[in-house]
Design a protein around this ligand. Sequence first.
Ligand code: SF4
Length: 354
Amino acid sequence: MTAFAETIGNAQDLAEKSLQGEELSREEALAVLNWPDDDVLSLLQAAFRVRQTYFGKTVKLNFLLNVQSGICPEDCGYCSQSAISDAPVDKYKLMGAEAIMEAAERAIANKATRLCMVASMRGPSDKDVGSVAEAVRQVKSQYPQLELCACLGLLKDGQAETLEAAGVDAYNHNLNTSERHYGEICSTHGFTDRLDTVRKVREAGISSCSGALFGMGETHDDVLEVAYRLRELQVESIPINFLVPIKGTPMVARKDLTPVQCLKILCLFRLLNPRSTLRIAGGRELHLRALQPLGLYAANSLFVGDYLTTEGQAAHLDIEMIRDMGFEIIGDAPVDNAPESLADRVHFTSKKSH
Ligand code: SF4
């Protein structure tokens, strides 16, 4: 037994603890982040045991819609839509019901079971909430099976209740990082403002979606703090984002993550939040790269299609990846996974002389 295993035990002990509903100690959680790279498969196997217990081999696909783009007054350093960003993103005000209905159709065509409507704003006016509520009523009457998630920033009293009454299933508001680190990524609102909205959502009876963003200069302690906070809040859905450094934002030069470190973060969140839907969100393609499929041994959800202001992997490649792993997309009909003709996928190199 290595010195490391002697101190922490093996990964299966952590899985056992997670399955018993016990919280990993700080020391164990830190060990997950420091797990030897060469042994990351044992950690993934442990995370998969927990994932499989609660979610089998299913994968839930969500589809993102930027319902208001590029005009946020806040100064979050990672965000291409902030007041301090020069990134060349689309700028438009809150879209109406018709455009949201079209997106709902695209979401369903891409096998998504949840449409996430995200607005770049500090928080909505009551008029904004009314407009989203109306769109939600219309989409729900046409596609009652499609889950609708709103992400409209900080909520005022009563707004979550209005959204709930209209049929909103979930509300996303990410904690993003630890309370200590929050001041380094944003100055126009604080960690406690975010916490307050997550609590309002829960009190209104809406399913809470709240996650984090890594690669912004946080320490391991910051990662642990946000992971424990989300466990404490018992959020149903946890998106894990990895920073996409965008030109025109203050965080453009950051490159803190490796694919293996991203896997360890996903394993930590799975072991600490065994029953929560864990979604690999923004930055999946950029940071996990060829290791993307391995991420699904810890996570049970992905975004399909594009992100808010950056392109995602083509939907058919995500779907193929999931099926090739022998996983099953929620709501998808069983398919014969063999391509019609493998020969059609073979392309010859150029015949030019060497
Ligand atoms: S509040 Fe949201 S949209 Fe606004 S700058 Fe921050 S992350 Fe971007």
